[in-house]
Ligand binder design. Structure first.
Ligand SMILES: [Zn+2]
Length: 154
């Protein structure tokens, strides 16, 4: 019984520190978390293929402030740049991603108009991963690294 409680506690700790870990995790929308600073950003492709960007501090969603977002889709038929506008919870692209998948997407985040831009590369694959149920671009399985089932102590 005591051991069971300890396991629960460990699981809770792992959950709260998930944003600090290197293993890929997904955001509340099921998108990919980009480790931008000072806030993490969730990259999520909606069913209409518009890109939504939401900022998080620890596990809490943070309202958009003055960030500037740009997404460059390196689609097979040519590069397409998506401009963003603020919505209630974050940023949404004004246009949808180009057709198809299997191409690279570069997400540029500036914390304000004068900040240096932080670039993140996303390999855009839309097929659903059988293990975690997320689209492959937001897969949380850490296929290459050995999972996080080992209990490590600190
Ligand atoms: Zn997966």
């Amino acid at each position: 019984m005591k051991k069971y409680l300890l396991l629960l506690l460990t699981a809770a700790l792992l959950t709260t520190t998930a944003f600090a870990a290197d293993t890929p995790i997904s955001g509340s929308k099921g998108g990919k978390i980009l480790s931008s600073t000072p806030l993490h950003a969730e990259f999520f492709v909606q069913p209409d293929r518009k890109v939504s960007i939401t900022f998080y501090e620890a596990l809490k969603q943070v309202a958009p402030s003055g960030q500037e977002i740009k997404v460059i889709a390196e689609a097979p038929m040519g590069k397409v740049t998506l401009e963003f506008e603020k919505d209630a919870t974050g940023y949404i692209s004004k246009t949808a991603l180009p057709a198809g998948d299997g191409y690279r997407i570069v997400v540029q985040i500036k914390n304000d108009a004068t900040a240096k831009s932080q670039n993140f590369r996303v390999d855009f694959h839309t097929e659903i991963c059988k293990e975690c149920g997320h689209p492959e671009y937001a897969c949380t399985c850490a296929h290459a690294a050995g999972g996080d089932h080992s209990g490590h102590g600190h």
